[in-house]
Design a protein around this ligand. Structure first.
Ligand code: 1CP
Length: 372
């Protein structure tokens, strides 16, 4: 697919902002904007298994569009309904989604001695065939969006995917992940490299299918020490940022803006600004004004970063959180360099009307005065 195969964008604010241009207002979207907090999500999903929804382009595109329809005119991007764990699946691992518990790998990669390790390292993953359903969902979603807002593609960062592959699911302890990096560093790096190569091809094929911007989610970056981040996350994030544009050129496709979200790795913000991405996502541990200072003169856009927990609070608390961002990111003076988001995904049980209020407050408080 090429861009001319789809309806022209009526709202390209997010793309202009992500390329670092001065814009009339900061674009807004939120991570996990499709999902469990929306009653229409549960209705559309019914009793279907989570991955069954991801694999059905009709269902995946319906779920992707739900927040766009509910918050029409208030948000500036859609993100394809899928999961970061489709990559380990494509690499040959079994992943199930257990209701109310999250992802579960019945047979995680416990050590480099596990015969699965050699299989994974040797297998040439057919990224086009294995993840064909994602590309179909992206193309169908682009058609259904009909130019309303741009569509994000995404993948998990190699480090975060490795955590899931070795832990077998969510964890608080990171026992297996830490065992891998501290006991088998070379085998860990080889696996991270393998995952990175799959990610580059996967993202390129998402762009080919119609994704207009991509985000790499390093949700577990903050579990690494600064020294370990340099060894086990940063080189692979850089590999993706370097090789995706190259791969897109080879495929005859235009480059797209690239976003990296190294959650929890506040110490790595300065490094993240030099990793080759256009946009760096911030979690809520960052002080916006400090982040702006760290970015300095570099042409890097920052995305974030209200505490998602504020959506459990009062309307006054939401207004205050928005005011803090508008002030901290110095929006009225800079008018560039900021994409509004939460510092992580919307959490379950958030009242969708409170999220609407958050969006409305952003619009209200970022309006430029007439004379500006
Ligand atoms: O609007 C959207 O953003 C929906 C698309 C989306 C994305 C971008 C989903 C749907 N998952 C993701 C990314 C994802 N998946 C990440 C990175 C972002 C983040 O840190 O939140 C991670 C870590 C996962 C793994 C995952 N999948 C978890 C977390 C488990 C843990 O370790 O804490 C969970 C609960 C899922 C399931 C999932 N993925 C998406 C949804 C809507 C759900 C819930 C499924 C359900 O219960 O119905």
């Amino acid at each position: 697919m090429a861009d001319q195969d789809f309806a022209p964008l009526q709202n390209d604010l997010l793309l202009r902002a992500a390329w670092g241009q001065t814009v009339e207002r900061p674009p807004i979207w939120v991570m996990r904007q499709a999902g469990r907090y929306l009653p229409e999500y549960h209705e559309a999903k019914g009793n279907r298994d989570f991955f069954e929804c991801c694999r059905d382009p009709e269902v995946a595109s319906t779920l992707t569009l739900q927040p766009i329809e509910r918050y029409a005119g208030l948000i500036d991007a859609a993100i394809i309904f899928s999961d970061i764990l489709v990559v380990p699946q494509a690499m040959g691992m079994i992943v199930e989604m257990v209701d109310k518990k999250g992802p579960h790998f019945p047979n995680p990669l416990r050590s480099p001695g596990d015969p699965q390790y050699a299989e994974i390292m040797q297998r040439q993953v057919d990224v086009a065939a294995e993840l064909d359903y994602v590309y179909k969902a992206i193309t169908l979603t682009r058609k259904k969006l009909n130019g309303r807002v741009p569509l994000f593609g995404f993948c998990g960062a190699p480090w975060t995917l490795l955590c899931y592959m070795v832990e077998g699911g969510g964890t608080k302890l990171f026992k297996e992940s830490k065992t891998w990096i501290y006991k088998y560093p070379e085998e860990t790096k080889a696996l991270l490299q393998k995952i990175s190569e799959v990610c580059v091809e996967y993202l390129a094929l998402q762009v080919k299918a119609g994704a207009q911007i991509i985000q790499v989610f390093d949700s577990w970056a903050g579990e690494l020490s600064p020294a370990s981040f340099k060894k086990f996350s940063q080189p692979y994030l850089e590999y993706i940022a370097r090789n995706l544009p190259r791969r897109l050129r080879e495929m005859g496709l235009e480059p797209v803006p690239m976003v990296v979200f190294p959650k929890g790795a506040w110490y790595a913000l300065d490094a993240a600004c030099n990793m080759g991405y256009n946009v760096v996502g911030l979690d809520w541990l960052h002080d916006p004004a400090e982040a702006v200072k760290t970015v300095g003169e570099r042409p890097i856009v920052i995305q974030g970063n209200a505490d998602p927990g504020v959506l459990y609070g009062s309307r006054a608390a939401i207004t205050e959180a928005v005011e803090n961002m508008v002030k901290g990111f110095d929006w009225k003076n800079r008018r560039r360099g900021w994409i509004v988001n939460l510092g992580h995904g919307v959490t379950p049980f958030v009242n969708p009307d409170d999220l609407r209020f958050f969006f409305e407050e952003i619009h209200r408080l970022t309006k430029l005065d007439e004379q500006q």
